[in-house]
Design a binder for this molecule. Sequence first.
Ligand code: IMP
Length: 429
Amino acid sequence: MATLVIVGSQWGDEAKGKIVDVLGSEAEVVVRYSGGNNAGHTVITGGKTFKFQLLPAGILHEGTISILGGGMAVCPKGLLEELERTRALQPELGDLRISPAAHVVFPYHRALDALEEKARGDDKIGTTSRGIGPCYTDKVQRTGIRMGDFVNPDKFRDKLATVVAFKNKLMTLLGGEPMDFESLHAEYSAYADQIRPMVQETDHVVQEAVANGARVLFEGAQGTFLDLDHGTYPYVTSSHPTAGGACLGTGVGPRSIDNVLGVCKAYSTRVGSGPFPTELHDETGEQIRQQGNEFGTVTGRPRRCGWLDLVALKHSSRINSMSGLVLTRLDVMANVGPIQVATGYEVDGQVIGHVPSTPEEWESAKPVFETLAGWDEDITGAQSWDDLPKNVQDYVRFVEHATSTPAAILSIGPDRKQTIVLRPDLIWG
Ligand code: IMP
């Protein structure tokens, strides 16, 4: 067994970056399969803090091949800036390759993201304004510009001319400003020149690595309930963060995936609009926000905070066929008092133990809580399961039982070292 998907099991921001960094150091290939620079992964190592939006966390490991898969939406400007920022902190990086099938995000996508949000008024999605939705819209409309086109000067000029003429009409209609084709073309051609050497065949690289039994890590972004199909539609992102997206976004089939780890916070957060049954609007919610520093890495927005939703997590475990859970930010829950977890929902006067099939029902679902004992101890220095207070152990066991999913890893602080591996067999087998 050598292939592993790391997936966000909630609404994103589950601290996947740290986990991908820890496990990425053990992989030969790390491939990101969906989303773009709407994601924000923080990796703290050797006293340095890296903030990744597009780069796979494997980039920090020399000798590791890092891939931006065909399922992604890549902003060239953002990518080059991120590479520069990362090189300033660590000059030697891993080998980065970009799939020719990945779609390119342009300024008109960002402009349309803002204009469309404005047009939605009170029904706005609360996007990250990175142009991700409009870029994937072009993909589905079959008018998108892919990395392979972008780095081919003739093709790029032709395609961009057609698209810009169309987008200018659209932006004008929505009250925006048209863009000047020549200056956009000149700016982005310069980015294409820098990016060209990185655009290489990647599906084959991943397939060969899988065939040769090399360790391949598929790095998810966002989270299960932001998935275009499985999330709280329409309050979702426009790609597939779920484990199935790893196949679509990289060119391997479902039987190539050995293990799936679902990363989950010890509580819940969400940024942007949409259903969140266990959301807290009180002092405890504020305490969790402050203790967990729950402010968006990409947008700086305060995250909505709430109790852990085990109904949703069980559903997430099934959607992703999780082999195990990675429970993160357990340390943040110290001193919040007794901890509540949702084990059911009340919908139309009936208590159910599963996620309702319509977003409206999910929105109106009242969580049925069980109360568990909290803890006041600082657990950030624990080295093993036995070092953890009994109430923390009981909390972990409760989550495992309610979701029928074993805990593989616990994270008790932001540093690589603050990681307790409980089930190595659920990682690389
Ligand atoms: P978009 O992906 O920018 O279109 O935003 C759609 C929804 O997904 C909004 O609610 C965003 O806040 C949310 N979202 C997108 N990326 C992330 C992420 O990496 N973490 C958490 N939420 C995200």
